[in-house]
Every structure is written in structure tokens, then in C-alpha cells.
Design a protein around this ligand. Structure first.
Ligand SMILES: [Zn+2]
Length: 317
């Protein structure tokens, strides 16, 4: 039986029990595509050849599933529906491991190459196929090669109209062929004529007045590991999650080599053996979850956002 509570007893222990601050969970994201589908190869490998080339995507995905399971982390997998149609079992393996299924479009055409109608079709088709195969609803999208630029920002309206709740394509950096210059660095709500969309930009670092890409991919393999670590640490200091990305082919040093110009070769094949050890270090250092999990947490906390606030996450829609 509990001892009776007395005023004296209460006064004697004036401790205030505060729950510790919840540590930030960052976003681990994977763009699921074959090694030959990257934009840098489009002049060298035609779409008509794709079906004749050996598939390697399953190796990288399964290795990622193992690494995530080892660290108890969850991720968002942005998947090409081209892959889902040919390997539905792989999509189900990802979903059954508790990860989020999201769209990377149909066949890796950049948004800058598409008309609004063709983009709408790609969004609808990929959503339908991925939902059909996985049995889960698809609410997130990442454009191939981060190709939603300021010139094609009509794409944000089309995304909203097609039933997507969030996007992770607006990389606020200046790069050749992609980049959403002047975009916000932290998660925010995009207000458009068609409605609102939550945006989760890939992680960046600020260097003087310049914003530099640090979210993953080639930057993760070629530049010092500390770049991505700083980007995530800085995001934590601002109280927001950072978004990291990687491709299955980046964990596959044995992939067959495609004959491409030297610079492309270096960018695509350089540092492939570094990916797995660096991922182990990253997963051992930070907490990660899927973007859908962050949205669900925001929903529970009723965090309301508005355009222009860098920490905002939308809710209640
Ligand atoms: Zn891609």
C-alpha cells in the first residue's frame, strides 16, 4: 500500500519531473533505380536497352535493408515504377521491413524534360503501381535528379493535384542541371494555387553566404564524411531533421562498367567502396526514420506550419 501523501512530504521533495527533450530523428531516404538509369548515363544507355541489361538493384536494396535493420532505423524508399513493375517482390520486401514506399516517378525522366500533362501521368501511374504492389498508400515524391527547378515550379501544383502530400526534390543549391536556388534549407510548407505541400529538402551546409549540397549521394562518397555529419549536426542545432539520400548502386562496387566520359566515370564509380563503412558510421551516430514517420509525429503534436517558416510541418489536412 502506498504511504499517505502529506504536505510536509511534498514540500520535502520539490523535484520537478521533466521529460528529457526528444532527440531529433533525421530522414534516411533511398532513390531506388538501376545503376544504368542515372541521368548522367542518358546519352550513353538508351531506354530501349534497359530491359536487356543485368539488374543489380536488388543487391543494393537488400544490403540497405540489412544495415537499417542492424541499427533499428527506418527509411523512405523513393522507387521508380519501372523497377516496381519488374520486381514487385523487392517492393514488398521493403514494405514488409516497415519502410515507407514513395515515388521516384516512372522511368527517370527529369521533370524539366516533361510537359505538365506528361508529369501528371507519371505521378499518377507511379502512385497506382506502387500502391498496388505494396498495399500501402503513397504520399511522397522525389523527382529524378532533383529536377524540380524554379523554371518548372508548376510541378508543385501538379503534385498536389495528383494527391501527394509531400515532396523531397527542392535542393536549395546552385548546380548544373538541378537545384532550387534560394529555396529553404529546412522542412517547410509550400503554398500554391492548388493547395499546400510539405517540402523536405536534402541536407545542405552553409558556408559564408553559400549553401552547399551535403545530403548524400556523390557528396557522401567523394567528400569527407564530416560534410554530411556537419549538415545533420547543424540541422539538430536548429531543432529540425535533416534529409540524407543514397542509391542502391552506390553500395555495389562490382556493378558492370558502362563506357562513359572520364568525368562521368569518376563521379559515378569513384568511392563506391566507401559507401557501406560510411553508412555504418552514419547509422551508428544518428537516429533515422522515414519522412512519413516525421509527418505522423507532427500530426500527433499538432505542429502547424505556414509558408515562410523554416521549421513548419503541415498537419490536419
Ligand atoms: Zn534517381
Amino acid at each position: 500500500m502506498a504511504p499517505p501523501v502529506t504536505l510536509a512530504g511534498l514540500n520535502a521533495s520539490p523535484k520537478i519531473h521533466m521529460s528529457p527533450p526528444v532527440p531529433i530523428s533525421h530522414h534516411f531516404t533511398v532513390d531506388v533505380e538501376e545503376h544504368f538509369q542515372v541521368a548522367a548515363f542518358e546519352q550513353h544507355v538508351s531506354r530501349s536497352q534497359w530491359d536487356d541489361l543485368p539488374s543489380r538493384v536488388g543487391r543494393g536494396v537488400r544490403l540497405l535493408l540489412e544495415l537499417l535493420a542492424e541499427h533499428g532505423s527506418h527509411a523512405t524508399f523513393f522507387i521508380l515504377s519501372w523497377v516496381a513493375e519488374r520486381q514487385p517482390g523487392l517492393v514488398r520486401e521493403i514494405a514488409e521491413a516497415g519502410h515507407e514506399i514513395a515515388s521516384h516517378g516512372t522511368d527517370h525522366q527529369r521533370v524539366t524534360q516533361l510537359t505538365p500533362d506528361a508529369f501528371r501521368q507519371s505521378l499518377r501511374d507511379s502512385k497506382l503501381i506502387l500502391e498496388d504492389v505494396s498495399g500501402h498508400s503513397v504520399i511522397g515524391y522525389r523527382a529524378p535528379s532533383f529536377s524540380i527547378t524554379r523554371d518548372v515550379d508548376w510541378a508543385l501544383d501538379v503534385l498536389i493535384e495528383a494527391g501527394y502530400r509531400y515532396d523531397s526534390s527542392l535542393y536549395p543549391v546552385r548546380r548544373n542541371g538541378y537545384g532550387y536556388l534560394g529555396g529553404q534549407r529546412d522542412p517547410y510548407v509550400v503554398n500554391r494555387a492548388a493547395g499546400t505541400l510539405d517540402e523536405f529538402p536534402p541536407a545542405t551546409v552553409q558556408w559564408g553566404s553559400a549553401v552547399l549540397p551535403a545530403g548524400g549521394g556523390a557528396y557522401f562518397r567523394h567528400l569527407p564524411y564530416t560534410l554530411v555529419r556537419s549538415a545533420l549536426r547543424d540541422a539538430e542545432a536548429r531543432g529540425v531533421p535533416g534529409t540524407f539520400y543514397i542509391h542502391p548502386w552506390e553500395l555495389d562496387p562490382e556493378q558492370p562498367r558502362v563506357r562513359v566520359p572520364y568525368r562521368t566515370h569518376l563521379r559515378h564509380y569513384g568511392g563506391l567502396t566507401r559507401t557501406v563503412p560510411r553508412l555504418r558510421k552514419l547509422l551508428g551516430t544518428f537516429r533515422f526514420q522515414s519522412i512519413a514517420q516525421t509527418l505522423a509525429a507532427a500530426h500527433r503534436r499538432r505542429v502547424l506550419g505556414s509558408s515562410g517558416e523554416s521549421v513548419a510541418l503541415a498537419d490536419e489536412r
